[in-house]
Design a protein around this ligand. Sequence first.
Ligand SMILES: Cc1cc2nc3c(=O)[nH]c(=O)nc-3n(C[C@H](O)[C@H](O)[C@H](O)COP(=O)(O)O)c2cc1C
Length: 202
Amino acid sequence: MTVVKSKEANKLAPERRTKTVGLIVGSLREHSFNRIIAAAIPELDTSLAFEWIPLADLPLYNEDVDHGDGPEPVRRFREAINRVDGVIIVSPEYNSGIPGVLKNALDWASTPAKTAALRGKPVGLVGATPGVKGTILSQQQIRQTLEAIQARVLPFHKMYVSQVGDKVDAERRTLTDDTTRKYLKRYVQQFILWIDQARALD
Ligand SMILES: Cc1cc2nc3c(=O)[nH]c(=O)nc-3n(C[C@H](O)[C@H](O)[C@H](O)COP(=O)(O)O)c2cc1C
């Protein structure tokens, strides 16, 4: 499992890295725009640690093999979610909804119900699209699934990136748009506050 931290966060003593945030990208595409947006997040708050939580190895959900720790990639996936203080999902929209790979992953993180990795976990949602509607419909479905799992999705705040092709340098794989960076930073700050607020609900 890759732990990525901004250069500054790496210099901080571990006790000052108060929180670790998992990053899940809902696209397996090598040149994913959503992955570029996710990769910009660790640079926005240098006091945090970040951990990429990949989906690519997860098998298709099958209740027949969902017992004990489950298949090894599932065990690793659940363990990674358990390890972090919160998760930010950065996902595209497919056919006005949630990408199948992400729904599959969320289903794996929803069992066993009482100890599910995502149950009670603070979650933030970000989405990017070359289109103009900013993954609104996809985020609604992701939120609906997360609420069924009893994850604690950051309320009120939304983070949509429309026309993402104009906001990144696709070759250098970097976010170039300052306005998007400003809103993303604000969203991440709200999410960090939410981690503490959500903990207080326990
Ligand atoms: C099967 C499919 C369905 C799509 N449906 C939508 C959609 O409903 N809304 C949208 O904004 N973009 C849609 N797109 C375009 C994606 O937003 C675009 O491919 C995007 O780059 C995918 O995210 P990624 O770059 O992170 O892989 C669709 C793409 C595919 C392949």
